[in-house]
Design a protein. Sequence first.
Length: 118
Amino acid sequence: MLSITSAGRVLLCTTPTDMRRSFDTLAGMIRQHLGHNPLSGAWFVFRSRRGDRVKIMYWDRDGYCLWYKRLEKGTFRFPDSGDGAACVEVCAADLLMLLDGVDLRSVRRSERFSLPAA
């Protein structure tokens, strides 16, 4: 079962990924292409070239977890990084909306308080 509420950081890979890749190849891609540590506990989300498949990989205490979804109709709409970055960080609620078919570009958020960055 996928428990989105336990997700800390969620990073969407902005470039399409070969869905035949498995744990070790995706971990290498996270290190080299995205510049992140695959053991950090962050959730790394990859989409296929056609956009109808998505893989989520994360480290869970003692091993990698890999979650895969294929749509029968429609596509997953990943947001653009805007600055050409290899990944975009979103919150768990955004990931839920993305998996549910919501285009994140159409979402309008109300202003909320947040602590300033240190």
